[in-house]
Design a protein. Sequence first.
Length: 277
Amino acid sequence: MKVLVTGANGYLGQGICRELIKQGITVIGTDFSDEQIEKGCIIKCGNIFEIKDPYEYFDEPDAIIHLAWRNGFVHNSSTHIEDLPKHYDFLMKFINAGISKVAVLGSMHEIGFYEGSIDESTPTNPQSLYGVSKNALRQLIELACNNSKTNLYWLRGFYIVGNTESGCSIFSKIAQAEKQGKLSFPFTMGLNQFDFIDYTMFCKMVVTTILQLYETGIINICSGRPEKLADRVERFIKDNGYKIKLDYGKFPDRPYDSKAVWGNSSKIDRIMKKVGD
């Protein structure tokens, strides 16, 4: 099996490529640069949106995992809307070519303000340009795949925990601050509850999902459990032996963040259990 991974030089791309290679899969990694692309990949760098026939250019892969996305942590950047037709056009070239599987990284921000457990049928009402764009792309690609032989895996991600310094999450920023010798980190009150999942497990779940056929469509890549942001960050600091302390109340909560939201893990649990069996 041959899998193309876009955004392979990014934080998630590195781990997903590593897990694919571990599973014996031939991996083609693409991004603007290749400094951190897993060395076991076939590397082809460039602007994916400028390639006339990406299916042929990337050696006719059996599946694509589309992670590439600009400004993912700048939720109201105009680039999300500007790039939406480019993402659609790029993925449609693979679907029209008859690729077997298309997997796209979605987001809990497609849902918008919501309290409680999110399953695959929870109505969407995104409250940011990032969420609007991800949700629109999902709807467009769902329509296309429903009228083709391509299987769609919409990988709805939640909050990923890892201690890399190269990412943009709060955990990466704390790792950066610790390395810089800072004694405190400005924080909210941390009362909101979210669904956190370990980076390594996230990558394993993504790869396990795209290697099977009995569960497709929207799939929550999540733990299925809510936890207070403050509790999870404090545990992250303790687990990594950091000396930095949280400075509570320095920032307000984002107005579009729910007080308590987590993923329903029934679908991903079935996938992981079946593979384990």
